[in-house]
Design a protein around this ligand. Sequence first.
Ligand code: GTP
Ligand code: SPV
Ligand code: MN
Length: 647
Amino acid sequence: MALTKNKKVLDFVESSANLAQPNNIVWIDGSAAQIKALKEEAVKSGELIKLNENLLPDCYLHRTKVNDVARVEDRTFICTPKKEDAGPINYWMDPREARELTNEIARGSMKGRTMYVIPYSMGVVGSPFAKYGIEVTDSIYVVLNMNIMTRVGKKVLDAIGKNGDFIKGFHAKCDVDADKRYIMHFPEENSIVSVNSAYGGNVLLGKKCFALRIASYLGKNEGWMAEHMLILGVTYPDGEKKYVAAAFPSACGKTNLAMLIPPKHYLEKGFKIECVGDDIAWIRVGKDGRLWAVNPENGFFGVAPGTNEHSNYNALESTKRGTIFTNVALNTDNMTVWWEGLSKELPEHCIDWTGKPWNSEKFDKHDKSTCAAHPNSRFTAPAENCPCVSPDFNSKEGVPLSAIIFGGRRASTTPLVYQSRDWNHGVFIGSAMSSETTAAATGATGVLRHDPMAMKPFAGYHMGDYFKHWIDMGAKVKNPPKIFNVNWFRQDADGNFMWPGFGDNMRVLEWILKRCGDSPIDAEETAIGYVPKAEDIDISELDYNIAEGKPFTLDSLKEILTVDKEKWSKEAEEIEAYYNNSIKDRIPQELWDCLATLKANCYVAPVAEKPAKKAAAKKPAAKTADKKPAAKKAPAKTAAKKTTAKK
Ligand code: GTP
Ligand code: SPV
Ligand code: MN
């Protein structure tokens, strides 16, 4: 029975049913009894496997089809009437064509099945920042995941009310045919359509589709931001709290940073990290002239491989009850789960993510085809399970940001941490981000590609306009967060990570926050921005051994803080090519100016001119801008303008 009198909701449900022709329609009211019944039904049909009730109470395993294990970027479309509004790096389809195509695919696809109607909220129901959605789906897996990842049920319909608006989401599994898989976004119609997938980001429509692609479009028009960012709180020994948001591309460390456990001596001093969010931040201008962030989600859809009690104790704890695992391995000795990196010992009897017995003797960690769990296998865990979930998790106003951090997987070039000279330069750093691709999306992994603000797959409009929106947001706030870039993934010649990462990232966070106070700690001004003086990053009690027992010393730190001008000169050329060839137009002048400054700062004099250039090279960062060649599109006049810090 319909749970609302809202005509728009009823019309959407009716038209979806007319298209997909399900046998019956079930409204998800969010009650424990209904969710329990759905789990039982899914276990009966084999869609879920019940795990050991004593060891993993109320936990289930789900396996997807082997052709359906990650987001599909090349089948994800932004359907704006004008192609140029989707921009050059989004896949675009004409909205009418997209509707016709997906209607054709979805027509009659739920015959003999049930269509579930999920009313859900992104954000705390009733909060001024919350936005509501209705997802219809023929997948119980989707219902149960949405019930963890968002706030679901009758209370959402009550909040939408009789006339309220919502985002329409239509999902049909169809035949899970990869050749007919489409994830369509209609930003101007507040609508999403997803067909022929039953995996994560493709089908949990509240997550990437709504809370990033549609929301980024709404944010541009309404003056706020939807970002692919974790949010964490640092509590100091004296009780003071500061908040940070960080954008890293998919599978580049957001969940891990959001829940990190500081090194022992930090804990002993009284430092604490609390998690507000691990994937998405909605950011607004607060009355106090600062930026405030909320996490619109209610759970974690986290990467399983690599998660263990040392690397991410809090994430692992979060998965101990009420969790759905997707594409991990099943340990048949005790009906628990396993994945690469969970433990050193391999399980004796285990079924791999495809449902076949796993041969541990053939296991080679460098060969993904021998893995028991899929590299993009995931857990869907309620945020309330997390031992370090922030008391501000359900705050209606969110938390004020002291810092914004960008970062990616970079084997070389990018130092452990550096700070932008000001907001606009920070936007430039975000716009210029590159990172090696991961298993979170289909396609090759380990390929370096541009991923501005970790939003390449998620910005719902033109990337150039998105950069401009960032610039505009900075101009709106009196006290914008300081902007930083980190790289946990520098590698030595043998391919070993040069920084221990994980909990030890606390050491970098501490420095970052020391740069944000009223009397910031000193830093070195370099060609790319401010880099820490090595002595200012606490490396005490760091027993990390790089390869062959080489201890981590001040020199090791200095090495990963190095800014190599030659490499950065190439990087600048690379950024310029990206701007010119990929984003093409609509790049704000402020970013061209920053590029010109970077090029100028990294200019290495030809040998013959050595004596003349030597003095200039010594000059700090921005000041040298007017003496060196400007970036291609930046008029010399503006390129020469000195970047000044926002007061
Ligand atoms: P999405 O959920 O896809 O958005 O990913 P995410 O950004 O939340 O990434 P996550 O924290 O799940 O980490 C992804 C992978 O990176 C895991 O295999 C981690 O073990 C690894 N990782 C995370 N942090 C670090 C780090 O500091 N150093 C190293 N070397 N690896 C890390
Ligand atoms: C990501 O890929 O960034 C994820 C997983 O967080 S998914 O929800 O599949 O997009
Ligand atoms: Mn993500």
